[in-house]
Design a binder for this molecule. Structure first.
Ligand code: SF4
Length: 185
């Protein structure tokens, strides 16, 4: 007989702590990290072929929803993770940056594929040679195009960062300096 038990994402396992009779104690930061990592709302910024691979990642075979990310956000203000999929022309750069600036902290950026990471095969005057020229990037997904499994791997890398990130990291001088270097304060 088929079980009605829902599949549980292993990332939602409770953080390390102490279990007793009727209680569980852990660090607040670990709990927040777990909640964040399992509810990352993606904003796909798709301009070309890599966007199609991202659509496949959202489909039933790969099912990004398993990771708590089924809610696409096309509003930067309600997004946690910016997935840049495709070639970014220099004219598009300021728009991408504005979207990044409109996202609230904490936020993460993934460069999906060779074009977003480095310009890819388009070593031309009109193409941005990597989005990290204008915004900070947390994870680079290689490939032209990357397969959905690779996009999932990049996503899980961000989950691991969100899970373990200190609650104070975004206020740290190093992070402020990083944003200042991108004129993104
Ligand atoms: S990396 Fe390859 S597949 Fe992806 S947008 Fe560029 S040319 Fe297309």
């Amino acid at each position: 007989m088929a079980s009605n038990t829902p599949t549980i994402n292993t990332n939602a396992n409770p953080p390390a702590g102490y279990t007793g009779d009727g209680f569980f104690a852990t660090k607040l930061s670990d709990l927040i990290g777990m909640a964040r990592s399992c509810s990352l709302w993606p904003l796909p910024f798709a301009t070309s072929c890599c966007g199609i691979e991202f659509m496949a990642t959202m489909g039933p075979n790969y099912d990004l929803a398993r990771f708590g990310a089924e809610r696409m956000s096309f509003s930067p203000r309600q997004a946690d993770i910016l997935l840049v999929c495709g070639t970014i022309g220099k004219k598009l750069g300021p728009i991408l940056k504005e979207i990044y600036l409109q996202m609230a902290e904490p936020k993460w950026v993934v460069a999906v594929g060779a074009c977003a990471s480095s310009g890819g095969i388009f070593d031309t005057y009109s193409v941005l040679q990597g989005i990290d020229k204008i915004i900070p990037v947390d994870v680079y997904v290689p490939g032209c195009p990357p397969r959905p499994e690779q996009i999932l791997e990049g996503f899980m890398q961000v989950q691991a960062m969100a899970q373990s990130e200190s609650l104070r990291r975004r206020d740290a001088p190093e992070y402020r300096a990083l944003l200042e270097s991108y004129n993104a304060q």
